[in-house]
Design a binder for this molecule. Structure first.
Ligand SMILES: [Cu+2]
Length: 510
C-alpha cells in the first residue's frame, strides 16, 4: 500500500514538473527569451546560496549528531597505547581538510551566485596570475609538509617492532577463507615455526612439531572462541594468510594490517582498557544520573525489553577488513581484554594443540617416544601419589598402581617406556630407606587362570629384578602374582579388562 502511494506521488510530481516546464516555455514565448533567461539565472543563483547554507549546516549537524558513533569520539576513545596518536593525526588532518572543505564550498556557490549572468555583464578571461599561483601552491605545500612529517613521526612510532629484550607476548593470526586461526605461545612464551608443506587436514597451519617450541602452542580456530589478551602487556601479532589477501582489523585498538599469503606482517600494540572497563564507559551516567550515551542503554535484544542493556553486551571485535570472498563476514571474532592475572589463569587452562590433536597420531614425529614434559609430568604425578600413600593409614590407600609399566602381550618382558615409571619408583625407594614394598602383578580373566597366575608372577618378578639390579635391597621387596583373583573393574568389558591388567606396589612398612 505504502509502495503504491509513493509510486503515485512520484508520478504526480513528474507530471507537475513537466507542466511547469510547459508553462515556462509558453511564458518565454510571450515575454521573450532574454528576460526569461535572466529570471532563471537569478533563481538558480539564489537557489545555490540556499543549497550552500543547507549543505554546510547539514554536514556540521550530522557530524555532531553521529559524533558518539565514530571511533575517536565520545565513548570510543582508543583502547590501545598508540591509538590516541593516530586519532590526533586524524583530527589534525580533519581540521585542515575541514577548513579547505568549507572555504571551497563557500567560494564555489558564492561565485555561482555573485557572477550569475546579468544584463550588460561581460565575462573576464583570466589566463594567468603569478600571485595566485604562488599562493595556492605555497599554502598547501606548507600544510602538507606539516601533515606528512607529523604523519611519518606517528607511523614510525606505531609501526615500530618490539626491541630485542622488550617483554612482550607474541600471538599469531592466520587468515583463511573464512576464519581466523589464532595461535598462542603456551607456557614457554615462544611460538614454534611452521612451514606450508606441513599443512594437512589436522595440522591446518602447517606447524613444525620437530620444533620444540611448537609442542605447547595453543591453537584457537573456532569462530565462537573468544580471543583473550592481557591488559597493559605489549602484544605482537604475527599476521599471515593461508590463501588470499585478508586484513587483521581491531578497530577499537586502531590496529589494521594486511594478512598476505607468503609475506608475514606484524602489528605491535598495548591494550589500555579491559572489555569490562569499556562497557562501564559506554554505560556511564551524567552528574544528574541520566545516561551519558542513551543509545547504549537500550536493550541488547530489541524484541525483549527485559534483556541486558547494549553496553553490558559490548565486545571488542576482530574483523577482516579485506573483501576476501563471499563468506568474508563470517571472519568476525570476539576479542576480550582481561586483567593479566585472568589471562595467566586462562592461558594455563588451555591445552596445547600438539597434545590434544597430534600426539601419538601418524602425524606425530615423536610417536613412540616420551617427551621431556611427559616424563616430568608423570614424575610429578607419581610423587604426589606416593606422598599421599605415605600419609594414608587405611591399608587400601597404600597401594599404588604403576600406570605406565607395561609388558609385551602375553610375556613378562617390560616395554621400553616402562623404565621411566620404574625409575620413579627406584628414586622413591632410594630416598625413603625405611620403606618396604610388595610388588604385585594382576591380569584380566581371559584365558586359563593357572596361566594367568603364572604370567602375573613372572611379571612382578621382572619388576623386582629391575629394582634389584638398580641396587634396592632384596629384603625391602617382595613380589607376588595375583593372576585374575583381584579385579578392580568389570571383566566383561574391554575397558574393564584393561583396568584389571596392572602392576601395583604396596607400602608394607615405612
Ligand atoms: Cu578475509
Amino acid at each position: 500500500m505504502t509502495g503504491l502511494i509513493i509510486l503515485l506521488c512520484v508520478a504526480l510530481i513528474a507530471i507537475v514538473v513537466v507542466q511547469i516546464g510547459k508553462v515556462t516555455e509558453l511564458a518565454a514565448k510571450i515575454r521573450g527569451e532574454e528576460e526569461t533567461q535572466l529570471e532563471s539565472n537569478n533563481f538558480h543563483g539564489r537557489f545555490s546560496m540556499l543549497f550552500l547554507v543547507l549543505f554546510l549546516v547539514g554536514c556540521i549537524v550530522s557530524a555532531v549528531y553521529y559524533k558518539n558513533d565514530m571511533l575517536g569520539y565520545g565513548p570510543h576513545e582508543a583502547a590501545s597505547a598508540h591509538g590516541p596518536d593516530l586519532d590526533y593525526l586524524f583530527n589534525l588532518t580533519l581540521f585542515f581538510t575541514g577548513i579547505v572543505f568549507v572555504i571551497t564550498h563557500i567560494a564555489l556557490f558564492w561565485f555561482a551566485y555573485k557572477y550569475r549572468g546579468q544584463k550588460n555583464r561581460k565575462a573576464l578571461f583570466l589566463s594567468h596570475d603569478n600571485k595566485l599561483e604562488v599562493i595556492w601552491t605555497a599554502i598547501p605545500a606548507v600544510v602538507m609538509t606539516f601533515l606528512v612529517v607529523g604523519g611519518l613521526d606517528v607511523w614510525n612510532e606505531v609501526m615500530a617492532d618490539v626491541g630485542p629484550n622488550e617483554e612482550h607476548i607474541e600471538i599469531e593470526a592466520t587468515g583463511y577463507q573464512f576464519a581466523w586461526s589464532m595461535r598462542y605461545p603456551g607456557p614457554d612464551g615462544a611460538l614454534g615455526t611452521k612451514y606450508f608443506k606441513n599443512i594437512t587436514a589436522v595440522n591446518s597451519l602447517g606447524i613444525d612439531f620437530n620444533d620444540e617450541k611448537s609442542l605447547d602452542d595453543v591453537v584457537s580456530s573456532a569462530p565462537g572462541e573468544v580471543i583473550k589478551i592481557p591488559l597493559g602487556k605489549t602484544v605482537r601479532v604475527r599476521i599471515t594468510s593461508r590463501d588470499v589477501l585478508h586484513n587483521f582489523d581491531l578497530p577499537h585498538f586502531r590496529v589494521k594490517m594486511d594478512a598476505i599469503p607468503g609475506l608475514p606482517t606484524y602489528f605491535v600494540f598495548t591494550p589500555t582498557i579491559t572489555t569490562e572497563e569499556y562497557r562501564e564507559r559506554l554505560g556511564s551516567l551524567k552528574a544528574d544520573g541520566t545516561p551519558k550515551y542513551p543509545e547504549w542503554h537500550e536493550p541488547a535484544d530489541p524484541t525483549d525489553p527485559e534483556s541486558k542493556k547494549r553496553y553490558q553486551e559490548f565486545q571488542f571485535e576482530l574483523a577482516c577488513a579485506e573483501l576476501c570472498g563471499k563468506g568474508h563476514y563470517s571472519m568476525r571474532r570476539v576479542l576480550e581484554v582481561v586483567s593479566p592475572e585472568e589471562y595467566e589463569e586462562w592461558s594455563a587452562s588451555q591445552s596445547s594443540f600438539y597434545m590434544s590433536s597430534i600426539r601419538n597420531t601418524d602425524e606425530d614425529p615423536h610417536k613412540g617416544k616420551l617427551l621431556d614434559i611427559e616424563i616430568q609430568e608423570r614424575r610429578r604425578d607419581f610423587n604426589t601419589k606416593v606422598e599421599k600413600a605415605l600419609k594414608a593409614t587405611d591399608p587400601s590407600e597404600k597401594i599404588i598402581r604403576l600406570d605406565y609399566v607395561t609388558f609385551e602381550t602375553g610375556r613378562a618382558s617390560l616395554t621400553d617406556l616402562s623404565r621411566y615409571e620404574l625409575n620413579n619408583l627406584f628414586d622413591f625407594l632410594n630416598k625413603n630407606k625405611n620403606v618396604a614394598v610388595e610388588l604385585a602383578g594382576h591380569t584380566d580373566n581371559t584365558g586359563d587362570p593357572v596361566a594367568n597366575l603364572d604370567l602375573s608372577n613372572r611379571r612382578s618378578q621382572t619388576v623386582y629384578e629391575f629394582l634389584l639390579n638398580k641396587g634396592v635391597e632384596a629384603e625391602r621387596m617382595s613380589s607376588v602374582g595375583y593372576g585374575d583373583t583381584v579385579p578392580v573393574a568389570d571383566n566383561a568389558t574391554a575397558e574393564g579388562r584393561q583396568e584389571n591388567r596392572r602392576t601395583e606396589f604396596k607400602i608394607i612398612s615405612q
